[in-house]
Design a protein around this ligand. Structure first.
Ligand SMILES: Nc1nc2c(c(=O)[nH]1)N[C@H]1C(S)=C(S)[C@@H](COP(=O)(O)O)O[C@H]1N2
Ligand SMILES: [Mo]
Length: 326
């Protein structure tokens, strides 16, 4: 029963709290609603109360076979984040606007999942999970993970390089960007309580340049900590781009589309000044509302304790990715 008790010690002093939704100034937003003629009586209070009988944040996961890629284990100066800490401190706005959405996320229907790979490719394909894990050998990669909100973790993902998928579908020469689309169903992914989800640009989408997607580090994760992804981490397949801020890594992907022009994305549409398309981790480029020079490394033990550490350019992966930006 210990697992259901989410420790509170991680809650940071108010002045250190940064949030991706803080720009939703409540009054400004209400004005918009008034403008749209739906404020007041009709203001919907969309909650995320969907709770299941389960009380374990890793419910339903299965062990996965994998090999370890020694090239991409973390530069060994940071401890692995505790698994239950990582599984109970998430961003997944489809299931709510707080970090504690793991129970809500259990409503995600992952059976018979299909991922459509489409657009500017010579071999468009729709994969089911079985196809994916059989077509691409799984490896473990221990990556630093840095959210734009200035918290960080170290996570052992299981999956395969995006480049392997790219080879399989054979991009056309005019393919310049990839766009990832996350699962969305108004009845299931009800969004945060505020603002109401119909005012957010769902489904969640993210995008990379094709050369970024082809970089060795860019990764599709189908598992974490030796087993399939728990739903709150973006089951059954999510993107992990360790040199970029965490929001680039779309969860619960249903569509991968190669396109010729830079697509609109969820956060960039909401607040382009705060969520740049490129969004490489960089201590020298402050967020408009906070410095990015340091980060709060969370949870080497189960107590949600954190320590402040310097942020590294490209999240410490410059040797692999700096040449993309020269
Ligand atoms: N579909 C979807 N993907 C998403 C998000 C989201 O809200 N919806 N949040 C992003 C953000 S801001 C972060 S920091 C990471 C968090 O991943 P984790 O909860 O597995 O640590 O997921 C990213 N992918
Ligand atoms: Mo994030």
């Amino acid at each position: 029963m210990v697992l259901i008790q989410i420790p509170q010690r991680w809650q940071l002093p108010e002045h250190q709290v940064t949030s991706e939704t803080a720009f939703f100034n409540r009054r400004r937003f209400l004005k918009t609603l008034v403008g749209a003629g739906i404020a007041g009586s009709a203001l919907p209070l969309i909650g995320c109360q969907a709770q299941t009988a389960t009380d374990s944040p890793t419910v339903g996961t299965r062990p996965l076979p994998f090999s370890t890629n020694p090239l991409f284990t973390q530069i060994a100066d940071r401890d692995l984040t505790n698994e239950l800490v990582a599984a109970t401190y998430n961003n997944f706005y489809e299931f709510g606007g707080t970090k504690g959405i793991w129970r809500n996320a259990q409503a995600l229907p992952t059976e018979d999942w299909q991922v459509e790979v489409t657009g500017l490719v010579n071999n468009p394909r729709t994969f089911d999970l079985d196809d994916l894990t059989k077509s691409f050998p799984l490896e473990e990669r221990i990556y630093r993970f840095r959210c734009v909100e200035a918290w960080a973790m170290v996570v052992p993902w299981l999956g395969f390089p995006m480049n392997a998928l790219l080879q399989a579908v054979d991009p056309k020469s005019n393919a310049k960007f990839v766009r990832f689309t996350s699962f969305f169903d108004r009845e299931i992914t009800k969004g945060p309580t505020f603002p109401p989800s119909q005012f957010l640009p769902f489904p969640y989408t993210e995008s990379l340049r094709i050369d970024e997607m082809a970089n060795d580090l860019a990764f599709f994760a189908v598992g974490v900590y030796g087993h399939t992804l728990p739903k709150q981490h973006g089951a059954p397949i999510r993107a992990v781009i360790p040199w970029k801020y965490g929001f680039k890594g779309a969860k619960s992907i249903v569509k991968i589309e190669l396109v010729d022009t830079q697509p609109a994305t969820f956060w960039n549409t909401l607040s382009p000044g705060e969520y740049k398309f490129e969004s490489n981790v960089d201590p020298a480029v402050p967020h408009p509302r906070w410095s990015q020079a340091k980060e709060r490394l969370i949870g080497a033990n189960a107590e949600f304790e954190w320590q402040e550490v310097p942020t590294l350019k490209y999240n410490g992966y410059g040797e692999f990715v700096a040449s993309l930006y020269s």
